[in-house]
Design a protein around this ligand. Sequence first.
Ligand code: GUN
Length: 285
Amino acid sequence: MSATIIDGNNLSTQVREEIAQRAAALKDKGITPCLAVILVGEDPASAVYVRNKVTACEKAGMRSIHDDYAPDVDPAVVFKRIDELNADPTVHGILVQLPLPKHFDSEAVLEAIAPEKDVDGFHAENVGALMQGNPRFIPCTPYGVMKMLESAKVPLKGAEVVIVGRSNIVGKPMAMLLLAQSCTVTICHSQSKDLAFHTRRADILVAAVGRAKMITGDMIKPGATVIDVGINRTPEGKLCGDVDFETAKEVADAITPVPGGVGPMTITMLLANTLEAAERGQRGA
Ligand code: GUN
């Protein structure tokens, strides 16, 4: 039997409608939520992500600022711009698209963003708050995954979760969020000895490694929920995830597609975090 599809486009549309209504209510009070996005370099995938983020903001009735820098820009120029955005009371969220060129100290850039405007949730202070179970901003991709699990009514308490990928952007924060919901969490990575041994135990399998179709149906427990965070291209240029959808859907109970799964939810939760930052500013929180 084929798995139920957890449709990220559909859920995004619902959540973005609620966000647009809240943004409109804030606008009535004279505050337009505003996200500033900084892109350094010419990575085509990053350029597409940034464009999608900016467009989504505008569609939700929010303001956006989009600053592009050449790949060889002096990091001091970017630090100065972050300082300006930190000091601007009309800017509620600041995002620096990753990865940055090699001559940048990415950690220092993330630390330069004011924690109360860090809508990615990547500042060390916000990472610590998440780890302590008291998040200020939840990183957008894991936040989107949690919303998808909630909408699909996937039981979390006591569930065996296996996350493949240990990045700061997805794997690690994902583990913290699921742990907070009383899941038993295993994080696998490129040095894990027998990956399939782990993945076959998972009631919920989260694939976030960035390798096309590496999780195949035989690596999945029958009846599992499979969340595919990967966005890769096949040799023919087609978008695909980290999961081999065709074989996985025959074994899983529920699965997210690529495209149209986690991707749209990431942007939706970025809008949610930006709105939240603006609402907190209005409350003086
Ligand atoms: N690069 C890939 N994913 C992300 C993300 O969620 N935020 C930022 N800033 N850069 C990314």
